[in-house]
Design a protein. Sequence first.
Length: 199
Amino acid sequence: MSVTLIAGLGNPGKEYAGTRHNLGFVLVEALAAAEGLKWKNETRFEAAVARWDVRPGVTRLLIKPQTYMNDSGRAVRTLLDFHKVPVEQLIVAYDDLTIDVGCLKVSVRGSAGGHNGVASLLEHVGSGFVRYRLGIGAARPAEMDIKDFVLGKFSPEESTIIEQQLTTFVDGLRLLIDSGPAQAMNSLNRRDRNETDQP
């Protein structure tokens, strides 16, 4: 059986709903809703899981770690081990400060970039997972701490952009799942081709 894990990062609890740091949750919830999937709270994995049986022998598991952002890697590691999934078949969707709101980028390597959820993943599962990075914008007041910014709510204008782009985000994630990171980077990172950083 082929199993792919698609993890959306965020923080559980109503107080974190709608914050910039929960954009990964928003994306996997949108994909699950589009496919008519049901979420199940799997306490043994410390994660909410939606099982997507695409066809016989091909399963995709959408997951929302319930360990809080800073310990996301622990829940993901448990699921990878249980389902015997190699790290290369793990896709992680998360918010990225360095990308404009409404934009996205796919990459397969790099540092944590100050993102505590990604740092936890690198610690627990290592590198090699595919990153689906959703922009939350770097434009924040200079006096505002990064933690306060990412745990803050989107402005009304930003929320409108996210709502308008959500279908595009979901479609891009489908492309990544179905066609792999090379094709997804070629198609989805078009506007970044003039950048000098690595994909």
